[in-house]
Design a protein around this ligand. Structure first.
Ligand SMILES: N[C@@H](CCC(=O)N[C@@H](CS)C(=O)NCC(=O)O)C(=O)O
Length: 203
């Protein structure tokens, strides 16, 4: 398998970490949407990463769809998302908060770093900031026991920790020191795992 996209992308990184946690070997091809768009478009008509190229050449796009395939391959006993019922709904709902917050955080980075200053629209930036703050506050408020969705680590924890790392690297102003202690602790706990350390973005 080949995973396309840089670990700077939280969507790529949560996919890479999940592959590693499942012990699935893959080649990493760190194409950038800034400089390698033609190559990325050949794999994904929407021109986004991640893309996972399977061994038979099939290309899967979108981290949620890729992770769905990986969970199925890992099997219900190892999958980071439970197979059915309220446990599955709870995990998927918490993943949706983390990934939705990632989307808003990535949007904030694009708006503030890629768009020329004279074209920036402050009300839109403020909206993105408050959406990120809303997602972080919701994750922080979860009474994990001890993980975000109960007694075992799930995709909700992986995605939330990747979100925290992304903010710390790319938008530290959205992660004020001490504002989200439980999320910071979760990111530190998971950051000790090889799957996280091997996908750290060089700064
Ligand atoms: N919902 C998608 C989001 C993927 C996404 O937005 N990736 C960003 C990188 S962080 C990208 O490729 N952006 C390039 C663009 O949209 O032009 C997923 O979960 O994979």
């Amino acid at each position: 398998m080949i995973l396309v996209g840089r670990y700077l992308s939280p969507f790529v990184r949560r996919t890479a970490i999940t592959l590693k946690l499942y012990g699935m070997a893959f080649e990493h091809r760190p194409l950038s949407t800034m400089t390698d768009m033609d190559a990325i478009r050949k794999l994904n008509p929407v021109g986004r990463v991640p893309v996972l190229i399977l061994d038979d050449g099939e290309s899967l796009i979108d981290s949620a769809a890729i992770l769905d395939h990986l969970d199925e391959t890992a099997g219900p006993a190892r999958a980071l998302v439970p197979p059915a019922g309220p446990e599955r709904r709870r995990v998927l709902n918490r993943v949706a908060i983390a990934v939705g917050t990632m989307e808003k955080a990535v949007g904030y980075v694009y708006e503030t770093k890629r768009r020329p200053a004279e074209r920036q629209h402050q009300p839109w930036i403020d909206n993105l900031k408050s959406q990120v703050a809303g997602g972080l506050a919701a994750l922080e408020a979860i009474d994990g026991q001890p993980w975000l969705a109960g007694p075992s680590m799930t995709q909700a924890d992986v995605s939330a920790a990747v979100l925290v790392d992304f903010l710390r690297t790319m938008a530290p102003d959205l992660l004020p020191a001490g504002a989200y202690p439980k999320l910071e602790a979760l990111a530190a706990r998971l950051g000790a795992l090889p799957a996280f350390q091997e996908t750290v973005v060089p700064t």
